[in-house]
Structure formats: C-alpha cells, structure tokens
Design a protein around this ligand. Structure first.
Ligand SMILES: Cc1ncc(C[n+]2csc(CCOP(=O)(O)OP(=O)(O)O)c2C)c(N)n1
Ligand SMILES: [Mg+2]
Length: 838
C-alpha cells in the first residue's frame, strides 16, 4: 500500500482545538466530509497524488480523528447530495464502528483471481484476455455486494461489464467452472462459427452464486459488444423487465451492477444518458450499483488526457449519488465499501458509484507492450507484488503458499480437462419465458391472423374514448375523442393515431403488455397520439389505454429523456426479458435514430447473429420528405437495408392506418421474434388518403405489397413506399392516366418476392417498371430494390425516379422541396425515356 502522506503544516490555516465544543467538532468534521476525499490515499502506486486542501490544514485530535475517517484509503464524495438524511447515513457509517472482514475468505478469493489470470497467461500466451491483475479486489468487492444483497432479498444480479476481468468474473462470480472458460481458448472447428458468433470476452454468461449464509443468487452477465458502455442501458432495461415481471418487490429481487472502465465511464456519452434516467419512473430500477474498475489508464492514454475532472467518476455527481473512491490495495476497505454501497442502494433506491482504484499489470491486452508509452509506470508495476501477496502479509497468513499451491493445481487440472472438451460450451442458460419464441429465417407457418371483428373494435373504441365523470377535458381533445368514437363505429375513416390505439388496446386486452417510450411520445410529436388525457383544471392524468378491460395487461406510454442511444438501449434490453410484450422506441424524427446507431448496429441488428439472442423490439421512425430540411426528412432507410441479412430485421413502411394496425399486432402475436423498424408517417398521419375504412381492420393480415386494385393490366408499374405513393395516385387522377399502376411495397425486408411477382403478373402488358422514391439516388431503397426488381422483371426494363444524389438528405428550402417533388411526380408519368434507367 502506498504510504503517501499529506503535509498538514500550512501555518495560517492551522487551528488548534483543545476540548472543542460539539459545534467545533462538527465544523471540523464537516470540512473533512466535504473535502476529505481529495486528500485521501487512493492510488496504490502513488501516481494520483492526494491534493493538499487549504480547508483541511487543521491540527488537533478532532482533525486527526476526521482525517483517519475521510483521508485514509476510502474517499467519499457525498457533500453534493441534497438530502440530509442520506448524507447523515453515509457519515454515520463512515464515522461509526467498522464491521469485521472475513480475511481468510478474502485471501482465497484474491489467490483464485490472480492465479486464474496467471494460468491463462502461461497456457495461452498471445491470446487476449484483458487481465484483472492490478484491480483484483473487484472479486471480493462483488462478493461482498452479493452477500449484502442476499441478506436484503436479492435473487438475481444483472451485470453489464466490458472486457476487463470479464473471464475472471465468469469463474469467480458467476461460478462457471474454469475448464469451461479455458475451453474457450482451445481451438474450435471453424465451420461451426463461420460468419457468426463473437469473441469469448463478449459472450454473456449465467450462473448460480451461493452466499456464505446459503442464499442462492442467480448471476446474469449480459452479452455486450466491444462498444464500451453500450451495454449499460441494455442491462438496465433488462433489469427493469425482470422487476416488472416480478411485480411487488421486484426492485429488491433484481439488482443491477454495471462494471465500467475509467476511460469509458468518463468519456462515453451513453454513461451520462443512463445515469440521467436513474430516478425516472419510466426507467428506474431502484438504484444501480456502478463499479469503476479504475486502473488509471485507457489503452495507452493517461487520466490527464482522458477527463477534465480529477476522477473519472465525477460525471455521476450531477445527481444525488454518492461516489466511494477506494484504494484497491486496502482490500478490507474495499469490502466495507461494497457493503455500504449495497445498503445505501437498498435504503434509498439510489444509484451508487464505487471507484475501485488500482493499476493494470500488463498492457491493454496481453499482447501490448505498455513500456513504450508508460515506461516509468510499468517499471514501478514490474516490481510491485501481487495483491494476494500484499494481503497475505498484512493479515499474517502463514499458510498462503499452501493455499496458492492448491489453487494452482486445481487450475492446472481444469486446463488439462479443457483440452478434451470438443464443443465450445455455452456459458449461459436462457430463461423459460423464451421457450415458445423463435428466431432464424422466416417461415410462412409463423403468420397469424391480425384482424378483429367489428364488435370487438367498437368495444375497444368505447373504452378508448371514455373518461371519468367530472374529468375536465380539453376541448380539442374532446373533439378528437368524438372523432375517434366515429372512427370506431365506421362513420369516419380510421387514422393512424386511432389505428395505433386500437392495436395497443386490443393487445393489452388480450394480455400482451405494451411499452412505448420516446421523446414527447405521450402526446405524439405530431400531435397524433394523445395517449394521456390531462385534466385542464388540475392536470390530473387519465390513460384510456389502461382502462380497456378488467385484468388487461399493462399499457405504458412514456415520454423519454432527450436521449436516443440510452433509451433505445433500454427498450432493447426490456424486450430481451419480456418477449411476451410489445416494446417500442419512437424517435422524435427518424433522422435522430442515427444517434442510437451503436445500439442499432451492435444489438438490434446483430444480437441474434453474434449471441443467438432474439429481440422483438420495434423502432418507430418518422420518415418522409415534406420540406422540413435535411434533419427532419429521412430515417435513413438505406442504412437499415444495409444491415439486413438472413432475416435479421423487418423493415416496413405501412402506407395506411389499417396496415399499421395489422403490422403492430403481427409483431406481438407471432412467435417469431425479430426487431421491426417502421418508417412512420408525419403529414400522412391525418391525411384522408392514408386513413382506412374500419372494415380494413377486420381483414386477415398485414400485406407486404399493397396492390393497386383499381388498375388492370397497366402499361407502367410504378413501385414505391409511403407518402409518395399517395401523391402519385393523386397525380394520376389529375392526369386521368389509367395506364399506370401505383403499387406500394409495404415491407422492404424480408423482401416480399412472391407477393411482388404476383402483382407484376397482374399486368402482363407492362412496358416498364419504375421505382419511385423521394430520397436522393444515394439514399432510400433504390440500390437495394433495383437488382431485386430486375431479377423479377425479366425482360421488362426497370427504371427509377429519385432526387439527384446528395451529400445531405434534403434541401433546406421548402420551396425548392416543392419544385423537386413536382418533378418527381411528373417524371414518374413521363414517357419511357424520361425516368433514368440504372
Ligand atoms: C466506444 C469505443 N471506443 C473505443 C474502443 C476501443 N477501446 C477498447 S478498450 C479501450 C480502453 C478502455 O479503457 P478503460 O475504459 O479505462 O478500460 P480498461 O481497458 O482500462 O479496463 C478502448 C479505447 C471501444 N471498445 N469502444
Ligand atoms: Mg482503464
């Protein structure tokens, strides 16, 4: 342990306090409570020097007593917490008697953890494993957290963590056998994982932990991508789903733990997004435990280059959340902090951060040579003993060498066994609630009927449009509800808002929970949803979707924080542990989904391929060219199409309200669990052309191609998606041109080849097929559909109409937009040579 000492001899600040009255004692202690962590002895190697705080240049017995509490190997940031009860709780715990630590058990844990890394290093030289050595105290830390959580009713620890020490955690915490992990380092038959799977330090694991008092705690370590911290919101969403499933006492039973790297915690915005929703009803999990495995380095980069704050943890100070910095070589202190963190979480339902400070014994991975970039640091590290050696000496454990020998032998034996394991073991079991759902390629047998009888639609409408007596409804909303009532009775065409409400309401009534979150989603960005009625006299809320029927499932629509990655990550996670539910994330405009691109790339589109983990999450992305400028036009259909392969996604753009209704219900009612991206309308939300007769909601199912029923044997077949299709039909009417069929492709992926073939066959005299899109040539579905259409078209030429290729999705001028839009329409009807042939 470092013997760094603070020099408290600054002359004027010295206060001599003989027999101080209570207030004097309080005043001195208050100074240490506020500033003490800055003078604490936190870095085992002494590079992070304690600051000399002028406020703490105090002498005398009381100051010494306070210094022993607040400036030793635990430094706590808690003065920023507004609630005095919480501050008092922390100071009482720190200033009061300290609990005993079972040092024999801790020594064994340290030996096991360090030797595990050494055996890997020795046996599998040159493979990456991201050793825990230097912050080995993580193992007793999590162990004590589990002990404390077990006493408070925890049944499962839901963990998200990145690479550092992950394999060690799988063995020491999730209690998978070492041979299973060693087997991951042995060669596998490459044919078994061609093109899919993931590296071993990203795969999830589950296991059973038993506390020393015999409480069993299930350990669930979430699969994660390389993208640091991206797993944070996913883990929290998963925890929330498990808690919701459990109902009463859920937050007690399911405890989330996020293990962060210091560089990643400070640098990644998604950390801040996740912290920000800790206390919000839509996302709260009753407090998350955060542990920063702080080796004071990120790859080759030093803390002074990594964050503007003294500690990587300081982003967490924005909320009422204590930060416990602890010297990773005072393991007894680490264990005490672990217990305090868990007790604080359970007492106050709050997040807690533990900043476990140590070092990194090897390079970033074991194949890196850190002496090139940090020569002095690594010189110090090379002569620094292992943590178990330091601890054994501190506690005077004479039998340490014998313990080491026993552990080494058991690992050696496990390593030998691993060599005989033929099939790479999966280190996780899926929960039962996934049993009835399936992924893989789409099969016709998965399809279900999604229509509802008129009486049922009328009954749901009645509930959707009712509110309690005495509720002071806004006059505009009263009108909207009156219109919706007419829609449900077939007196008015059903618009998107109503179609969605009928889909959600019918699903909830049938026992399917619905959860939607997004920015301003309760009202709807386009003033279309109005899922929550607000009393205009007292702002009390009434949610008709929660009053559809006795015993219905939950239907929750939340306004989200102003975050995309954090919120989509959460909803993806939620759906991972609630396959029965319809879980949706809505972007304010589809354009903003790119801020969640890492979650889309790393979880939504590839989670099944990498980890064999299914998801039915729905993304609602408003899309359409309406003259609102480059950032309010495009949900980037082209990017989703590029991610699509092997039926990993469903990409749809329903062109009318009934289609949207069927699509939502299909997603919830099938056993095929696949992420669904819906490119949703904006101006078409209330447009009569996109509204549907109620009878269309009684039809059998969603149609992936919407035929042009009015057109027979057309000479031109125009294919398109969404809004422009309606504009094309209007234009056709204006031109009285009956030779053109306008067909909507409602599902872009999986490509509806059979349905399109059937539609093309209805027009045997077609002279050409024209793909029309609003997007520029380098965007939209163009380069995806053309080769496919050409294959289906045979001899018939396939032409296209689109905006010119462009660096940004659209013009910023509404007028220019109109000119362009008119040109698209006239080109679509122009003679054969006008549309460009690609
Ligand atoms: C978003 C993201 N950016 C960059 C990387 C590449 N990368 C992997 S580990 C690492 C350093 C991480 O440092 P830290 O968070 O302190 O964890 P440590 O490896 O020190 O435990 C970097 C930059 C990544 N995996 N993810
Ligand atoms: Mg680090």
């Amino acid at each position: 342990m470092s013997t760094q000492q603070v020099n408290p001899s600054s002359s004027e600040a010295v206060a001599s306090v003989p027999a101080a009255p209570d207030s004097e004692r309080e005043r001195i202690f208050e100074a240490f409570r506020r500033w003490g962590y800055l003078e604490a002895d936190l870095d085992p190697l002494g590079f992070l020097r304690p600051e000399v705080r002028p406020e703490l240049q105090l002498e005398g017995e009381i100051a010494e007593e306070a210094r022993r509490v607040y400036c030793a190997t635990i430094g706590v940031e808690f003065a920023h917490i507004a609630d005095p009860e919480r501050r008092r709780w922390i100071q009482k715990r720190l200033e009061g008697p300290q609990g005993a630590v079972d040092q024999g058990v801790v020594l064994d844990q340290l030996i096991r953890a360090d030797l595990f890394e050494q055996v890997l290093q020795h046996r599998y030289l040159g493979s990456k494993r991201f050793s825990l050595e230097g912050v080995t105290a993580l193992i007793p830390l999590v162990d004590e957290m589990l002990e404390a959580a077990g006493e408070r009713g925890a049944v499962e620890l839901v963990m998200g963590m990145s690479h550092r020490g992950r394999l060690n955690v799988i063995v020491q915490v999730a209690r998978r056998s070492p041979e299973e992990v060693f087997a991951g380092f042995e060669d596998v038959d490459p044919r078994s994982v061609l093109g899919s799977g993931d590296v071993k330090y990203h795969m999830g694991a589950t296991g059973e932990y038993a506390t020393r008092r015999g409480v069993k705690i299930h350990i669930h370590l979430a699969s994660n991508p390389s993208h640091l911290e991206a797993v944070d919101p996913v883990t929290i969403g998963r925890t929330r789903a498990k808690q919701d499933r459990a109902g009463e006492g859920g937050t007690r039973k399911y405890l989330p733990l996020l293990v962060h790297g210091d560089a990643a915690f400070a640098g990644q915005g998604i950390t801040a997004e996740t912290l920000n929703y800790a206390d919000l009803p839509a996302y709260s999990v009753g407090g998350t435990l955060h542990v920063i495995v702080n080796n004071l380095i990120g790859f080759t980069t030093t803390p002074s280059e990594l964050h503007s704050s003294r500690f990587a943890a300081q982003i967490a100070r924005r909320q009422d959340c204590p930060i416990f910095h602890v010297n990773g070589e005072d393991v007894d202190a680490v264990v005490r902090v672990a217990r305090m963190a868990v007790e604080y979480r359970y007492n106050f339902g709050s997040d807690v951060v533990v900043d476990l400070i140590g070092y990194r014994r090897h390079g970033h991975s074991e194949v890196d040579d850190p002496t090139i970039t940090q020569p002095l640091l690594y010189k110090a590290i090379s002569s620094h003993p292992s943590l178990w050696e330091i601890y054994a000496e501190d506690i005077g454990a004479q039998d340490a060498p014998a313990r080491v020998q026993a552990v080494r032998e058991s690992y050696e034996a496990a390593q030998k066994k691993a060599g005989h394991i033929r099939k790479k073991p999966t280190l996780r079991e899926l929960p039962k609630y996934w049993d009835k759902y399936t992924g893989g390629r789409h099969k016709a047998e998965y399809e279900v009927e999604t229509g509802l009888p008129l009486e049922e639609l009328a009954a749901i409408t009645q509930r959707l449009t009712a509110y309690p007596e005495g509720f002071h409804i806004h006059p505009k909303i009263k009108k909207l509800l009156d219109q919706r009532a007419e829609m449900g009775k077939g007196k008015r065409a059903v618009d998107y808002g109503m179609a969605e409400a009928l889909a959600f309401g019918s699903l909830a009534k049938a026992g399917v929970p619905v959860r939607l979150s997004g920015q301003d989603s309760r009202r709807g960005t386009f003033n279309q949803r109005h899922s929550v009625l607000v009393d205009i006299e007292n702002e009390q809320e009434f949610v008709p979707l929660q009053h559809i029927a006795e015993g219905q499932a939950r239907c929750q629509i939340y306004n989200s924080t102003l975050s995309e990655a954090g919120v989509l990550g959460f909803e993806y996670g939620y759906g991972r542990d609630y396959p029965e539910a319809l879980v949706l994330w809505e972007a304010q405009f589809g354009d903003f989904a790119n801020v969640a691109q890492a979650v889309i790339d790393q979880f939504v589109s590839s989670g099944e391929d990498k980890w064999a983990l299914l998801s039915g999450v729905v993304l609602l992305l408003p899309h359409g060219y309406e003259g609102q400028g480059p950032e309010h036009s495009s949900a980037r259909i082209e990017r989703f199409l590029q991610l699509a392969a092997r039926d990993n996604l469903q990409l749809c753009q329903p062109s009318n309200a009934a289609q949207y209704f069927h699509l939502l219900r299909r997603q919830a009612l099938r056993v095929w669990r696949k992420p669904l991206v819906i490119f949703t309308p904006k101006s078409m939300l209330r447009h009569p052309d996109a509204a549907s007769p109620i009878a269309d909601l009684t039809h059998k199912q969603f149609l992936s191609v919407l035929p042009d029923v009015g057109a027979e044997n057309a000479s031109r077949i125009v294919l398109c998606t969404g809004k422009i299709g309606h504009e094309l039909r209007v234009e056709r009417k204006k031109r009285k041109d009956n030779s053109v069929a306008v067909v909507f492709v409602e599902q872009l992926y999986p490509f509806p080849e059979a349905e399109l073939t059937a539609e093309l066959a209805r027009h045997p005299g077609a002279r050409d097929i024209v793909w029309v899109q609003e997007e520029p040539a380098n965007m939209g579905a163009l380069s995806y559909v053309l080769p496919r259409l050409k294959r289906l078209a045979g001899e018939i030429p396939v032409l296209s109409v689109k905006r010119s290729a462009s660096a940004s999705p659209s013009t910023g001028s509404a007028k220019a937009h109109e000119v362009e839009q008119k040109t698209l329409l006239s080109l679509a009807f122009a003679k054969q040579e006008s549309p460009s042939q690609l």
